[in-house]
Design a protein around this ligand. Structure first.
Ligand code: PLP
Length: 222
């Protein structure tokens, strides 16, 4: 795998040059991360707390670590001191725990709310009702150590590109709707994290501001 060449090739295809590229390095060895770092990458995405904990001290301080996987509340404390952005916040309970750990660490932790947009049960995320319930909760405005920076979603794993596009449109529409609502000041809708190796171009066409790309950079995972 020529990681540098892959990165250059991917960047060339970008429709939006301002879209942030998160290099998804899960399961990959540190040597691969260092190669990507040398090629200019500073945003790395991982989906396991343990792997984040192991890789974080081995990489330079200016790396921005993104937690992109499903996160269990009892593991938040391990990444709270250093995590740059948690993409997969899918419950109020998890958000409250992140807030608590943010307070403990004297930090405001940035998060994205994961929205269930796929026609697959296996994927995580808030549905519409859960989101409204959280926004309406009297506890919601009290969160002082989180910053909600936007939404994240994963499309259905399918070759039907029109379905993928529809799901991304749903996320974008919801993003705009929330952005235009009166919500507490820590809700600052700036980012839509959508798009992976197989669908990042559709995602960019539909307004993605962050794509999470793994295999197209680092090769397949076993
Ligand atoms: C693994 C993963 C990716 C990257 O997938 P690729 O198809 O390898 O680009 C993106 N987002 C999430 C949430 C992932 O778990």
């Amino acid at each position: 795998m020529d990681i540098k060449a892959n990165l250059e090739a991917i960047k060339k295809t970008f429709i939006n040059q301002h879209c942030r590229l998160i290099a998804v390095s899960k399961t990959k060895p540190l040597s691969d991360l260092k190669e990507a770092y040398a090629a200019g990458i500073r945003d790395f995405g991982e989906n396991k707390v343990q792997e984040l904990q192991a890789k974080h001290p081995e990489m330079p301080d200016d790396v921005r670590w993104h937690m992109i996987g499903h996160l269990q509340s009892n593991k938040v404390k391990h990444i709270a001191p250093f995590i740059h952005l948690i993409h997969g916040v899918d419950s109020f309970k998890l958000l409250r725990e992140i807030n608590k750990q943010g307070k403990k660490n004297g930090r405001t932790i940035s998060v994205l709310l994961q929205i269930h947009i796929a026609h697959e049960e296996s994927k995580f995320g808030f549905d519409r009702n859960e989101l409204e319930e959280m926004f309406a909760s009297p506890d919601f405005p009290l969160l002082g150590n989180v910053r909600i920076q936007g939404l994240m979603g994963m499309a259905t794993f399918t070759y039907d590109t029109e379905q993928v596009r529809r799901e991304f449109k749903t996320l974008k529409n919801l993003f705009e709707e929330i952005k235009n609502r009166k919500l507490p000041g820590f809700v600052q809708m700036e980012h839509i994290s959508m798009g992976m190796s197989g669908d990042y171009l559709i995602a960019q066409e539909e307004g993605s501001t962050m794509v999470r790309i793994g295999s197209a950079i680092f090769g397949g995972r076993s």
